[in-house]
Design a protein around this ligand. Structure first.
Ligand SMILES: Cc1ncc(COP(=O)(O)O)c(C=O)c1O
Length: 401
């Protein structure tokens, strides 16, 4: 059956408005569309394809597991899930892992766990969840309400309650909002969707101290920042602030859907049998792929490579900006970078993204003012150089109007 982009409009619910070209094949950081046009991929499936497209190690583990065992449900466990959980615990602060299928589901589990823990150890009125303006945690009704953009949760009727929002990086405001009623703080240790905002390390440390003071749990949403993206296995390791609960997804599966919630023994014990679950969570195919992703990524030379590639991006983007004067700042960490537009180009991030696509470069935006790059962590330097040459042409075309 021949399908095209216009078939999409005929048969898909209109909540997305994808690019006009339809990708059909990918290899490393290159992608080809139905017409055979070749693109360089700086979008990485929105910070997912951490080893690029069709990485041989991931293809081989998927084929291997595909010939063994696909699915069981949680009525039975399976070896890939147990091994992945063990490796995640060994590599982080965590003692226990819960598997889900997406970032939103991992966060949903984290929020439910925090509420249940407060009821188990404190009282029913300890239900306040504080999150941050411009934060993003997923699209289930609980997580989207915890997210800091009301436009995403408005218009669906009554919202889950007990949720409040504080300004990111504003410790004084957070201190004034917290009390013994505070159940948990949910935050991204680097805001992604909200505009690639790196918090002040003193702020992150202060959040931890306030949580300790008020017996509140600290939940780090590392769905976008985790699994090597910032040059550390998880961003919390860079700021040296340990959360009580951490969520991961996106890069964890390298393109295969999986999410995970990590926590300590003491907190995990509140998710007693029957309290929460998912048919697919811990699916052997997903866990086998994620295990291999973790094996490949969790290596000092991969993290060192991420920081080197960041320097290359920054150097070339700086040179582009000297020529065209479009950015106020290049920010972010590792392979999660944002070019913040200056006042002259305010609100026009989408124009740059569309122009880049015309130059056969896939990239992202983070809000109206930031062009975002979230490529593979092992993108070859020549693809960075070629991709940024295409980006420069896109910038030139927007500047020329
Ligand atoms: C920080 C963060 N949390 C949660 C999510 C939601 O993840 P998913 O789309 O897999 O549900 C995202 C997705 O962009 C994210 O960036």
């Amino acid at each position: 059956m021949q399908v095209t982009r216009s078939t999409f409009d005929d048969v898909m619910v209109p909540n997305y408005n994808p690019a006009q070209m339809v990708p059909v094949r990918g290899e490393g950081s290159r992608v080809w569309d139905q017409e055979g046009n070749e693109y360089i991929d700086f979008a990485g499936g929105i910070a997912v394809n951490v080893l690029g497209h069709c990485h041989p190690e991931l293809v081989s583990v998927l084929q291997e597991q595909g010939n063994k065992l696909w699915h069981l449900s949680n009525v039975f466990t399976n070896e890939p899930a147990i091994r992945l959980a063990k490796k995640l615990c060994d590599a982080t602060f965590a003692d226990k892992v819960y598997f889900a299928n997406s970032g939103a589901e991992a966060n949903e589990a984290a929020l439910k766990l925090a509420r249940r823990f407060a009821i188990d150890h404190h009282n029913e009125s300890k239900d306040q969840i504080i999150a941050f303006k411009q934060g993003f945690h997923g699209r289930t009704f609980f997580t989207v309400t915890v997210g800091g953009q009301p436009a995403y949760s408005d218009g669906f009727g009554p919202k889950p309650g007990g949720i409040e929002h504080c300004e990111y990086n504003n410790l004084e405001m957070l201190a004034s909002m917290m009390s013994e009623r505070t159940c948990a703080i949910m935050m991204e240790p680097l805001q992604g969707e909200g505009g690639i905002i790196v918090p002040d390390p003193a702020f992150v440390r202060g959040v931890r101290e306030l949580c300790d003071k008020h017996n509140a749990l600290l939940i780090f949403d590392e769905v976008q920042s985790g699994v090597g993206r910032t040059g550390y296995l998880f961003a919390y390791m860079d700021v040296d602030v340990t959360p009580d609960i951490l969520t991961s997804a996106k890069s964890l599966g390298g393109g295969f859907p999986i999410g995970a919630m990590l926590t300590t023994d003491a907190i995990a014990s509140s998710l007693k049998p029957g309290t929460h679950g998912s048919t697919y969570g811990g699916n052997p195919l997903a866990c086998a792929v994620a295990e291999r992703v973790l094996d490949v990524i969790n290596q000092p030379e991969v993290f060192a490579g991420v920081l080197k590639k960041e320097a290359l991006y920054r150097e070339i983007l700086g040179a582009i900006n000297e020529k065209y004067h479009v950015f106020s700042e290049i920010r972010g960490k590792g392979m999660l970078l944002g070019c913040a537009l200056n006042e002259k180009y305010a609100g026009r991030a989408r124009d740059f993204m569309v122009a880049a696509n015309e130059q056969r470069l896939m990239c992202l935006i983070a809000g109206m003012n930031v062009i975002r790059f979230a490529p593979s962590l092992v993108i070859p330097d020549e693809d960075i150089i070629e991709g940024l040459a295409r980006f420069e042409k896109a910038v030139a075309s927007v500047v020329a109007g």
